[in-house]
Ligand binder design. Structure first.
Ligand code: SF4
Ligand code: SF4
Length: 408
């Protein structure tokens, strides 16, 4: 997932997050499916259901639940769908160790966010474990989104030591030919498999992330089977957002109809496995889930749908944000809206008062059918896709087939 926007990233339904931590409670359980602690870490959605989550910060701002921090843009791979269009050379303007630590020091003012150390390839940064350890010293939990190829026994041991709770590894094909073709590097698949073996040897939980494209749509079952065989804690599917290097992949973007079909398939397939499956940055999955559940006479509750019942499709700007390698804050990695730069404005101030974040928190600011949709609270549409395909981040989601009851 290194180059995916970790979209591990997504949008916290503040409605769902509204359970206060009981006074005096020292329990460290912070997220995840009730009774399924392995759902921790990279599940942005799970954060929304944190039984101890703050409803709001003292000034009424929604608490930040997850930060994807592009600690470096350098990467050793050249994936076709890379939003960062990363290359191996160092990028100018990246944070020094001291600057990075000072930024971490500001995070607790925004809530108790989980940090996703991402890139680029986060393991390309020589001080990565110093930063993870620093985050832990501030009481923050960290996960990592490496591409898997640079995970060695030594790196895995240091992840364990410094407290990385989970790693996400992107697998976009069920075997080396298709995965390597997508990743742009021969041997990437085998290298990722070796990386996963190192994680397993250290007992570090991992999830498999798969970007949905026309090329791999027909092989989803095989990719899932691979994730299961490898012992992944979760399988997350991502819908390609055409930007960065992926902008040239227009032929790989599935249609609105295919999108609807794959999310319906996902809804059914989810019932066949105990592995946690999540459709990430596929906001209208949360609409489809409710439509399907209603048709089946099921109530959508945490008991029946786990944390999926408590989260929202897009978390960007409401419970999640992205910080670029130069300190630009954005709603997510796929949406390059400048919400402020931590080098000139304190990060907590950006989170509280950025114009764009305030827009994302105001349903009336959404346009077209997403502005009137009865599923707005649980979906919201993908703002990055709206921006990429229409130039307007508040426009209606271009790949949604739904017609709201109230017309825009
Ligand atoms: S804007 Fe789209 S890509 Fe970004 S967090 Fe929201 S759903 Fe994900
Ligand atoms: S119209 Fe917009 S808010 Fe409604 S389901 Fe579609 S994408 Fe979601």
């Amino acid at each position: 997932m290194s180059t995916h926007h970790d979209h591990t990233q997504g949008c916290a339904c503040t409605r769902a997050a509204g359970r206060e931590k009981p006074q005096g409670c020292e329990c460290t359980q912070t997220q995840g499916h009730p009774g399924r602690p392995q759902d921790a870490a990279l599940r942005a959605d799970g954060l929304a259901g944190n039984p101890h989550a703050l409803k709001t910060l003292p000034d009424g701002t929604p608490p930040l639940r997850l930060i994807a921090w592009e600690v470096t843009r350098s990467c050793n791979l050249a994936c076709k769908h890379c939003r960062a269009e990363a290359h191996t050379e160092p990028y100018p303007g990246e944070f020094s160790t001291e600057e990075a630590k000072a930024l971490i020091d500001t995070f607790p003012e925004t809530g108790s966010p989980i940090i996703i150390f991402t890139g680029g390839e986060p393991l390309m940064r020589p001080d990565i474990f110093e930063l993870v350890a620093h985050a832990r010293s501030k009481g923050l939990r960290s996960v990592m989104a490496p591409n898997g190829t640079l995970i060695t026994p030594e790196n895995a041991r240091r992840m364990k030591e410094t407290g990385i709770a989970r790693c996400s590894i992107s697998i976009d094909g069920a075997e080396s030919a298709s995965h390597d073709a997508f990743r742009g590097v021969p041997g990437a698949f085998e290298a990722a498999m070796r990386g996963i073996a190192c994680l397993k040897a250290e007992g570090i939980e991992f999830q498999i992330n798969t970007t949905v494209t026309k090329s791999n749509l027909g092989h989803f079952k095989e990719i899932f089977t691979l994730a299961q065989r490898l012992g992944a804690a979760a399988w997350h599917i991502f819908l390609l957002v055409p930007m960065g290097r992926a902008a040239g992949l227009a032929e790989e973007v599935i249609t609105a109809r295919e999108y609807e079909e794959v999310l319906n398939w996902f809804y059914d397939f989810r019932k066949t496995t105990s592995m946690h499956l999540k459709a990430t940055c596929a906001p209208h999955y949360y609409r489809i889930m409710r439509q399907r559940a209603r048709a089946e006479g099921l109530a959508v509750t945490p008991e029946s749908f786990g944390m999926d019942a408590l989260t929202r499709g897009c978390l960007g700007g409401t419970g999640f944000c992205f910080i670029s390698h130069t300190g630009q804050v954005q709603p997510c990695g796929y949406l390059e809206l400048d919400c402020g730069n931590v080098r000139t404005t304190p990060f907590p101030e950006i989170w509280r008062s950025s114009k764009h974040f305030l827009e994302f928190r105001t349903p009336a600011d959404y346009q077209g059918k997403c502005g009137v949709c009865e599923y707005h609270k649980v979906c919201g549409g993908c703002r990055a896709r709206a921006h990429s395909l229409t130039g307007n981040h508040l426009a209606q989601e271009p790949l949604c087939t739904y017609t709201p009851k109230k017309r825009s």
